[in-house]
Every structure is written in structure tokens, then in C-alpha cells.
Design a protein around this ligand. Structure first.
Ligand SMILES: Nc1ncnc2c1ncn2[C@@H]1O[C@H](COP(=O)(O)OP(=O)(O)OP(=O)(O)O)[C@@H](O)[C@H]1O
Ligand SMILES: [Mg+2]
Length: 466
């Protein structure tokens, strides 16, 4: 693998602006606009990362993802006008991530393997050693709070059985992570882990995604396609957001769970499958059962072992462990030494209500590492928006020490609004260049004039410009 090469599958004008920055950073970039061209490039140079448009004329990222096997580079889909549905679809197809434009170097850098993202000279010049994440960090469940330890003990205990587990908890509490934990601690660990989001697809599509379809089963079914149950054969299938599944399909799912066999859409024979089923929900599913929106028999069948994840705000000082874990992760990704967390920042972490739970904390830490420069991390590095969140009680935080609240409704999303990202990068560049507009504009790959316009905009919003 060539760690300092990236392939873009896009129209040239979409990526031309980021090419000079890549070159400066010593990263080689390739460009393709057909599947054959892309596969050829991947075979020849083995890039560390592929950025692809969802589709171009005569090209579809879905076909590219279908080619991915062992040793294939991670694929990030990037697009101008994205949707949550499309994002979910590509993630389900195996994409590493789904980004909205613009493509900026600071973000690309975080996505690259660490050695590739920093030129050797820069890291060598660093006086302190960069943090390295633990090798097993992918499935490391962080937490010491009794409520978390209880859940972990239960998960370990049931991991090896084939029992169906229903994992519930608010958004961002780690449901998918626990599902993966169960899979990786089972004797199915070397078999596939397949996830599908039941909220992301309309009923008929979900049915054919789950059970597959025969050629000609419906308009558009050009080929026979195996469903997720077949793909997960021998392994684990995660039915994410199960409460959103339509009643009709619930009946079919129940049959599959009971019989261990599936009917492909348009098929005549049944297919035997050996799949361990896990499901997640962030709703009060028992309430759904009472309201007759969810089948009681299916609920009992899924809820053989219930795992309920506590809210982050109820995990006490685990918030520090998690904050430090994510700080280390992002510092490592940026090749930075471990940044200190100031006492004010710790205080803030403790009193913030965490509506988006662990995911929100993860996003906040990523942003803070990006903004804190050489640290220490302060409350103001967590968030920036016009609305200010002030703790309600006597926690000792003054309003000035309390940073702004995250933009609602996107706060639980794993992305930062683009205008905020842009603002963050502009301020970071000004920081890095001690306020020198020309150098900052150069770093950002924009004209000084554009930079000045942006700064004027921020000034009018009442921000202090360095
Ligand atoms: N205890 C933990 N230790 C380390 N990382 C965690 C922990 N809990 C959650 N995470 C991380 O937080 C992020 C959100 O977790 P996850 O996607 O599993 O949440 P979720 O409950 O499925 O969220 P949603 O309801 O929004 O789908 C992930 O990146 C996950 O790795
Ligand atoms: Mg989830």
C-alpha cells in the first residue's frame, strides 16, 4: 500500500482546489472517472484512501464497493447534496464514511493512516512523542461506572450464545458498538458481521435487502441478489432501529427467526441460514407494543436478552475516561502530543447534559483537538455557536466559561455543520499564522479577498477576529 497516495473518482473541477494542498503535504493524488480506471489505479499504486462521488456518468460507487475485498483501500463517498438515506446506504454497502463538500486537507489528513498524514520531518521535529492509540481501540469499550460494568458483564456472558439480543438506549449511547462487541466476543468472530438500518429503507426495499430477490422479481431486479441474511450466514446480523420496521415485514422476520430459513422475494424455494440476530432501538419499544405498532410476539422473540445502555449523563466520571480516550485518538490521528484537559474543561464535561451521549462527546473532542492548537483544551474549544449553554445549577461555571451549545437538531450527528467547520478552519489558520491574512488564505487554499469577506461576516456576527 502506498500510504501517501489518494485516489479521487470525481469530475476534475470538483477536486482541483484541494490538489495543491495535497501536493504541499507530500500526498500524491490520482483522478479517475470510470470503474475500470479506478480499479487499474488501485491495483497499480495501492492508494491509502479512495474518495468517490456517489455516481458519475457511466460510473456508480456501488459497483466500486462491490469490488472491495481484502486489501482494498477504504472508500469515502463525498457529495455536494447528501442525504441521511444515501449516507446509510453507502455505509451499509461498505463505505468507510460519507462526507459533504468541501473536501479540506485538515479533514482528509485525519482520515489517512497516521504515518501518511504527517510528513516525516514534521513528526521528528515534534519535541513530545505523539500519542498512539491502543491496537484494540476499535472494540475497546471504555467505562468503569457500575451501570456500564453490569452491561459489559452481561454482554460477555451472552456473547457466545446464539440468543437474540435487543440493545436499547438513547441515540449515541454505543448500541452498535456493543453489537460489534458481542460479535467479536463470539465464536462467530471470524464470520461476517452485517448491519442494516431498518429506518433507512421503504418496506419493499428493506424486504429485498433482508431476504434477497430472484432475477425479475420486480421492475429493476435485473439479477438475483442475496439478502443480508444470506450475506451474514455463519455470522451476525444487526437489525438497527428495529422499531421502525413495518408491521407486514415484522411478520416475515418473525417467521425467519423461528424457522431459520428465508424466502427470497420472487423465489420459490426457501434458503436455510445460520445467523445470530442482534437488534437495536432508541425508542421505548414496549410502548410501541402497547400501541400495537410493534408485534408483541416479535418483541418477545427479539428481547430474549435485553441490554439497556445508560445515558452518558448517568455515567458519572466515565465522561472523563471517554473524553481522554477520544482526545488520545484524535491527537494520535493528527500526530499531536497529548493535549491537556484544563480543569474548567473537565468541570464543563461533568455538568453538560449530553443529549447526544457518547457520540456527541466524541465529536466535541475531535473538534476541540482541532481547535486547541497546542492546548490545553478549554471549554471554549468544545463548541461554538451563537446560543450559549449555561449550566442551571451552582456548578461554579460562569457564563463566560460556558461555551456555546451545539447546533440542535444536528447535535447527535457525527458531522459538524459545514459553516462551522469552515469557521473553525479559518480561525485555526489565523492562529497558526499569527493573524497573517495572506499566509492564512494560502493555507486554506482560498484568496485573501474571500478570507476577508468571511472575516467581515464573522465580525458582523459579533466575533472577535484575531
Ligand atoms: N463505551 C464506549 N467506549 C468507547 N467508544 C464508545 C463507547 N460508546 C460509544 N462509543 C463510540 O461512540 C460512537 C457512537 O456509538 P454507536 O454508533 O455505537 O452509538 P448508537 O447507540 O448506535 O448511536 P445511534 O442511536 O445514533 O445509532 C461510536 O464511534 C462508538 O465507537
Ligand atoms: Mg447506531
Amino acid at each position: 500500500m502506498s500510504e501517501r497516495t489518494i485516489l479521487f473518482i470525481a469530475e476534475p473541477q470538483a477536486v482541483s482546489s484541494v490538489f495543491p494542498t495535497l501536493k504541499e503535504a507530500g500526498v500524491q493524488a490520482g483522478l479517475a472517472d470510470t470503474l475500470a480506471g479506478a480499479l487499474n489505479f488501485i491495483k497499480k499504486t495501492g492508494p491509502a484512501l479512495v474518495f468517490s462521488r456517489p455516481a458519475l456518468q457511466g460510473y456508480s460507487a456501488q459497483d466500486l464497493l462491490a469490488e472491495a475485498g481484502d486489501g482494498f483501500p477504504p472508500v469515502i463517498i463525498f457529495t455536494k447534496n447528501g442525504s441521511a438515506e444515501e449516507a446509510q446506504r453507502f455505509l451499509d454497502l461498505g463505505a468507510r464514511d460519507y462526507w459533504l463538500e468541501p473536501l479540506v486537507w485538515d479533514k482528509i489528513r485525519l482520515a489517512l493512516p497516521r504515518q501518511a498524514s504527517e510528513p516525516a520531518a514534521e513528526t521528528e521535529a515534534e519535541p513530545q512523542r505523539p500519542v498512539r492509540p491502543a491496537a484494540s481501540s476499535r472494540f475497546q469499550v471504555i467505562g468503569k461506572h457500575p451501570a456500564v460494568l453490569r452491561v459489559l458483564a452481561l454482554a460477555r456472558q451472552v456473547a457466545r450464545s446464539k440468543a437474540t439480543v435487543l440493545i436499547s438506549g438513547e441515540s449515541g449511547t454505543g448500541k452498535e458498538m456493543f453489537a460489534r462487541f458481542l460479535h467479536h466476543n463470539s465464536d462467530r468472530a471470524d464470520k461476517p458481521f452485517v448491519a442494516i438500518n431498518c429506518a433507512a429503507l421503504p418496506e419493499h426495499l428493506l424486504e429485498s435487502e433482508l431476504f434477497g430477490h430472484e432475477k425479475g422479481a420486480f421492475t429493476g431486479a435485473i439479477n438475483r441478489k442475496p439478502g443480508r441474511f444470506e450475506l451474514a450466514d455463519g455470522g451476525t446480523l444487526l437489525l438497527d432501529e428495529i422499531s421502525e420496521m413495518d408491521m407486514g415485514l415484522q411478520a416475515k422476520l418473525l417467521r425467519v427467526l423461528q424457522e431459520g430459513e428465508i424466502d427470497r422475494v420472487g423465489g420459490v424455494e426457501t434458503v436455510k441460514v445460520d445467523v445470530r440476530v442482534l437488534a437495536t432501538t432508541n425508542r421505548d419499544i414496549e410502548e410501541f407494543v402497547r400501541e400495537k405498532k410493534f408485534r408483541q410476539d416479535l418483541f418477545y422473540r427479539l428481547n430474549v436478552i435485553p441490554i439497556k445502555l445508560p445515558r452518558l449523563a448517568d455515567r458519572g466520571e466515565d465522561v472523563f475516561l471517554l473524553a481522554e480516550f477520544f482526545r488520545d485518538k484524535y491527537c494520535a490521528a493528527c500526530g499531536l502530543p497529548r493535549l491537556a484537559l484544563s480543569e474548567e474543561a473537565r468541570q464543563w464535561l461533568l455538568v453538560y447534559p449530553w443529549p447526544g451521549n457518547v457520540r456527541e462527546l466524541q465529536n466535541l473532542m475531535e473538534r476541540a483537538v482541532l481547535l486547541a492548537g497546542s492546548g490545553p483544551i478549554q471549554p471554549r474549544h468544545f463548541l461554538m455557536d451563537s446560543e450559549t449553554w449555561v449550566p442551571e445549577d451552582e456548578s461554579g461555571l460562569t457564563p463566560e466559561a460556558a461555551p456555546a451549545r451545539p447546533a440542535s437538531p444536528g447535535e447527535a450527528l457525527s458531522v459538524m455543520p459545514l459553516h462551522e467547520m469552515e469557521k473553525a478552519l479559518i480561525f485555526k489558520s489565523l492562529d497558526a499564522t499569527s493573524g497573517n491574512r495572506t499566509q492564512a488564505a494560502e493555507l486554506l487554499g482560498i484568496s485573501v479577498r474571500t478570507l476577508r469577506n468571511k472575516l467581515n461576516e464573522y465580525k458582523q456576527q459579533g466575533l472577535d477576529i484575531p
